[in-house]
Ligand binder design. Sequence first.
Ligand code: 4NP
Length: 155
Amino acid sequence: MKILVVCLGNICRSPLAEGVLRGKFEKYHIKGTIDSAGVINFHSGSPPDERAIRVAHENGVDISKQRARAFKKSDFEQYDLILTMDQDVQMELSRFTDSDKNREKVKLFLEYAESEGSLAVPDPYYGNLEGFRTVFEMIDLASENIATRITKLKT
Ligand code: 4NP
């Protein structure tokens, strides 16, 4: 299973999701590849936001080695599932392709996780550390659900 997680800048939400989901794959012994990307290339080559690195570290997840990159059209061929952090990102990705097959690969992260409540992981960039902690909790819970869902697919 190859999963790409996509947000706007690839420095806050999707790096957290990449790190957390990778940990869940290890926990449940799921074989697969997880990467993340952003729809803007403004931060390409940069490490995650230091607040995201800190909150991940508080929870035993190291995301400090990740580097931001922009989403590219070939990602549609490379990945089985493309999980977006909110509806704006999802709409942006649908502009990258005319193919229904490609569009079907794009799903909201929280929807795929069958999370209750909001379907968007809020952008913590302009907020404070507490906002990053809230986002981490949402991502952690959703990633647990995604990993168990994938485990069931395989049995
Ligand atoms: P992310 O957060 O999409 O969760 O990585 C953002 C990071 C940077 C910007 C916006 C959102 N920005 O506009 O630079």
